[in-house]
Each structure stands twice: as C-alpha cells, then as structure tokens.
Design a protein around this ligand. Structure first.
Ligand SMILES: C[S@@+](CC[C@H](N)C(=O)[O-])C[C@H]1O[C@@H](n2cnc3c(N)ncnc32)[C@H](O)[C@@H]1O
Length: 485
C-alpha cells in the first residue's frame, strides 16, 4: 500500500475515513473502544491502519462488528434477486459476485461508505507488468500468480450472470453492456479488483460457535482457488480489515462470537502504537503475491521452493514423469513423492534435519542409490531409509546451485542495488514501479540468502560440492552442468 496512488480519491482520504467511522457508529450494535483511531499511514506506505490513542490492556475489546454488517453473501439481497444459488459458486466467486453487485449499486448499497475507504489499485503480483515480473525471475512465486485461471473462472462463472442481469450489474465507463472486447475487459478489471480485495481483506467466516480465526484472515489459498478442506464462506469485515500486519508485531486478534466479530488486544498496547493483526507466517514472496507489500520483519519466514523437476534435472533424469521413472514410481506408490519441496530459512544453529522436508531427503536418497541398491528396494516395494550423506548432500547442493543460476543477478548485486535505492534521507514510501522493484529485490535477496545458508550447511557434508561454485560465489552460469557429485 503506498501513499495515495491506491485510493481512487486520495484528496478526500481523511473525510472518507471520518464518514466510514460515522457510518459504523450509526449502527447501535457496533462497539468501538474510544482508545483506537483509524489513522492515515500513507507517509509510511501503509494506507490506513488502526492506532492506539491511549494505553490498552491485554484482553481489552477494541471493537465489535455485528455479523449483520459483514459484506457477505448471507447479508446481501442479491441472493433473492437471482434465480441461481449464489452460494453454489463457492466462497471466492460468490463473494466476488456480491461485491460486484453492491459496488455497482453505488450510494444505494448499505456498504457504500465502506467501499469508499477500500483501495482500487493494488501492488499484488496479479497487477504487475511483464517487465516488473521479470524482476522476480528465478522465484517460484511467479508460477503461483494464477491470473489465467482467475480469468477463466470469472469468464465462465461470473460473466454469464452479470451479462444476463444488466439491471443488477449496470455497465461501467459508459459502456452499453459487458459484451464484446471492451465489455469483457471492463468486467475482468472490476472482478479482479473485487478478487484482490477478497484476497487481502476478507476473513473466513465461521458459523459462530467456534470463536477464533486462527490465521486472523481468510486462509492461505491462491488467488481464487478454494482449499477443498476449508470451505468457510468469506466475508469482508468492516474495520477489522483495516488492521495492517507486520509479522511478530501482532498484538490483536479477531474472535468470531455468535452475534459479532470482536477484535481484542492480545498484548498490552501503548499509546501511539499501531494495532496489528496476524496475516500468518508467510514468506515475503507470498506476502507480495497476496498482500502487495513486504517488510523485513517477514524475512524469517523466507523459503526456497524446489520442484520435483528441479531435483530430477540435477540428478540427470530425463524427466520427472512418474510413469517413465522407476525411482519416482517407487516413491509415488509409497505416497512419499511430492510435486514440490519447501526449505525454510535456517535459524541459528539449525541442523539440516531440522530444515529439510523428510520427503525431500527420501527423494535424494532414492535418486543417489546405486542400481543394485535401488533394485533391492524395488523388489520389496519399499522406499529407502532417508539418509543425508555425501551423495545426497552433493545432489542437493547441485539442485540449489542450479536454482541460484535461474536468478539474473547475484545476491551481492541485489544487496548493492537495494542499498542504492534507499539513501538514508529518502522517503519511506516509494511509488509505482520503483516500489515494486524494491519489493522484488527484497524477495530475491531473501530467497538467495536461504539458498546461500543451506548451501553453506551442505558444504560441511559434501566439501567437494563447494569447489564447483562459480567465481562470483553463487553458482550462476553453472546451470547446465550434469556432473554427479
Ligand atoms: C487488510 S488491509 C489493511 C488496511 C490497508 N492498510 C488499507 O489502507 O486499506 C491489507 C493491506 O494493507 C497493506 N498493509 C498491511 N500491512 C502493512 C504493512 N505492515 N506495511 C505496509 N502495508 C501494509 C497491504 O497493502 C495489504 O494488502
């Protein structure tokens, strides 16, 4: 969130905040502690946020929003105006449709003052240009944006309803309809705006008997893909979603009670301190994809992600196709084969066994077995016992080296570039592409630091591996080496 560019009418920013608070207070069932304030944090690049204007005790209620005020399928009259079952669209698309309807109603919508404080432009990866995304070359996050599948879902499920109900969904921008190229583009843009709000602002709404949203927000799905196990309806909770988050600075949590959603302090909060929700322990790459910002406090959650294909390629396999690779087949039949492996950032004194996923170690072990050893395991239909020795360490080192080579720049170059972007007296909030460039650098640096740290740990196990590092120390340029260690 930057200073002003994300809000459609930045000159009325404070007035819109005041009107939003007056709107909330017009509902007798809304309770707001006078010790909190909806603050303008644009100068620090954080949009709106909630700040304590007096000391707050641990456990003190900050505000309470009745369930009837949540912008959700259940509370909108759209469901009675359409012949189809809106909820059947699933949590994402049903809320998207309801938000489109309520947004297009303008001042007629109960939630009009709420829409006016929500941003209309985002720094989430969905909105980055190809050139901006190229700054993330090498990061696994680029393959997780999901723009095409989101477009397909919108065109398949939302567009037919919108187009066949023009009185409920009036065309925008002077268009006659949502038909044709211009109509489709306008609808996709609107739907992506709503989808991005859901992604960064919505909560999973429980039915009122359980009292807590563990993540503090709407779960950790990809853009518009529902986790089949967790089909909670989604809802936009006014004010609760104006809390920012900054990793371990979390000092408040939303409790889902029967009649209302109640935000409470979970730590003592001093006057002047910002009140932070918890968006979860997310790597900066995912924070950027989902929320469009990064802070260094999330760097402890940075990870490196390897695909099965990355490991197979470094092991010299011709493909990662299970059917044609007996070693992968053995693991698949024993349910220990994964499509990808996440290696977290090692904390001080961590050992390899603390950070390497067990399934990755089994894969490395299987791929480094001699043909005789493998045949023995295959005859018993049992995967090998995971072991992390010279051969496995050497293979993993090679995988990481090849991963490193996918980035266009070295860690040192990135650190230099980042420090050049941040002269000490520069304003905290950069704008537009400069801000995106800086965030991409932070993500890249985080991932490369994890790579570097894990490679250093591997060097003690497979000393020979480190000698294959390229002159600049990061293995770039050695991508096509097929040598087994
Ligand atoms: C749930 S909203 C919080 C309210 C938001 N700041 C606003 O003005 O509407 C989440 C969005 O706030 C911004 N945000 C949250 N925490 C932040 C932080 N620590 N620093 C900068 N921006 C933050 C990001 O743009 C994120 O997508």
């Amino acid at each position: 969130m930057s200073s002003s560019t994300h809000f459609s009418d930045p000159s009325s920013f404070q007035q819109q905040s005041n009107e939003f608070i007056s709107w909330l207070e017009s509902y007798p069932s809304v309770k707001a502690n006078p010790k909190i304030l909806l603050a303008d944090l644009r100068s620090s690049g954080a949009g709106r946020g909630v700040v304590a204007r007096a000391n707050i005790a641990e456990g003190e209620e900050l505000f309470s929003i009745p369930r009837s005020l949540i912008l959700a399928v259940q509370n909108s009259d759209l469901k009675s105006l359409l012949p189809q079952d809106v909820e059947a669209l699933g949590p994402w698309l049903s809320l998207m449709l309801v938000m489109l309807y309520e947004y297009l109603r303008g001042e007629q919508s109960k939630w009009a003052p709420y829409f006016r404080v929500l941003p209309s432009r985002f720094d989430t990866l969905m909105f980055w240009s190809e050139a901006e995304l190229s700054e993330l070359q090498g990061s696994a996050i680029v393959d997780k944006i999901g723009k095409q599948s989101a477009n397909d879902s919108i065109l398949q499920s939302i567009a037919p309803i919108v187009k066949s109900n023009p009185t409920l969904f009036p065309p925008v921008n002077g268009l006659a309809s949502y038909e044709g190229d211009a109509g489709t583009a306008a609808l996709l843009e609107l739907a992506h705006t709503m989808g991005s709000l859901i992604m960064a602002y919505a909560f999973d709404i429980e039915n009122g008997e359980d009292d807590e949203d563990e993540d503090g927000d709407g779960g950790d799905e990809s853009f518009m893909s529902d986790d089949e196990d967790e089909q909670y309806p989604k809802g936009m909770v006014p004010l609760a979603d104006l809390l920012n988050a900054d990793a371990d600075r979390n000092n408040a949590r939303l409790f889902q009670e029967e009649e209302a959603l109640v935000m409470k302090a979970i730590k003592p909060i001093q006057e002047g301190e910002e009140i932070f929700n918890d968006y979860g322990e997310i790597p900066r790459a995912d924070l950027l994809r989902r929320y469009g910002y990064v802070t260094d406090n999330y760097s402890v959650y940075d990870v490196v992600e390897l695909t099965l294909g990355d490991v197979c390629q470094s092991a010299g396999l011709s493909s990662s196709d299970v059917e044609s690779q007996p070693r992968l087949q053995l693991l698949d039949e024993n349910d220990v084969l994964e499509d990808g492996y996440v290696i977290p950032k090692p904390i001080a004194n961590a050992k390899l066994e603390d950070i390497l996923p067990a399934e990755l170690v089994v894969l490395l072990t299987t791929l480094t077995q001699s043909p005789e050893e493998f045949e023995q395991r295959r005859a018993k239909n049992k995967p090998p016992k995971p072991s992390m020795d010279v051969a496995q360490a050497g293979l993993l080192y090679k995988v990481l080296q090849s991963k490193q080579a996918h980035y266009a720049t070295s860690l040192e170059q990135d650190i230099n570039t980042l420090s050049g972007l941040l002269p000490p007296n520069a304003p905290a909030a950069l704008e537009g592409s400069a801000r995106r460039h800086k965030m991409a650098l932070q993500v890249r640096i985080g991932e490369k630091e994890v790579l570097r740290a894990v490679m250093t740990m591997l060097e003690s196990l497979a000393p020979g591996a480190s000698q294959k590092r390229s002159a600049n120390g990061d293995g770039r340029g050695s991508r096509n080496t097929k040598q087994r260690v």
